[in-house]
Write a protein that binds this ligand. Sequence first.
Ligand code: LIP
Length: 277
Amino acid sequence: MADLWQDAMDHAVAIARKAGAVIRDHLQGEMTVMCKSSPADLVTMTDQKVEELIMASIMEKFPTHSLIGEESVSAGQPCILTDNPTWIIDPLDGTTNFIHRFPFVAVSIGFAVNKELEFGVVYSCIEDKMYTGKRGKGAFCNGKRLQVSGQTDIKQSLIITELGSSRDPEVVRHIFSSMQKILCIPVHGMRCAGSAAINMCLVAGGAAEAYYEIGIHCWDISAGAVIVSEAGGVLMDVEGGPLDLMSRRVVAANSRNVAERIVKEIEAFPAERDDAS
Ligand code: LIP
């Protein structure tokens, strides 16, 4: 059973690379930008085209598997994780970056069986970095093993978060309030790369001690969750307790110590679950 799901993972790597090449091509051209849930929740034709390409390729090779994809869910498909082998896809994580040509954009593909994540693939396509993680087999970037940072003192830590896509003043107030409290612990600094998947890979590679966010979706974090835990990191809910993929909340850290310290400062606010409807 050692290589269970290896063919699926190989396929995920191949299709992520192909999708990344399409994204790179489209980066230079004209873009049609559309809004989804808010004026800052954006989508382009490239997101949709790349999702179609990934989904068609998976359905052809694994016709009995289930699929959850960001743009399909936006178009009304259900977002329910069952026990069936399920691919959880963000065709273009960092859409706002893509639109502005800010160079952190990723293809993110997570894979779960019996609701447990088996592998994750994040292709940071402008940097040409292929991150992979497989349950029990470690995490890698372009074939080099990843290991989280050994820094467990929060005061010497670099913390990543995002400002999210809601422009509801109350949500923004909570986001800034949490950032202020964490910054004033004090920590060395805070960063936003604009892609949840890349943020998690940065934690996995030791470039930052933690990443947290409320408002992300299961497709933003599924692949990164495997990569972080296989690099020796921990995943947690923003109020402590285990990570719930559908809750739209995540803390990914190098250690329990750092994660728990951040959790003390985060002001949680409501976000409708991915599997709510
Ligand atoms: C985005 C995330 C980003 C987060 C946004 C959004 P998208 O994903 O990666 O970190 O702050 O709310 O979810 O929409 O570019 O795939």
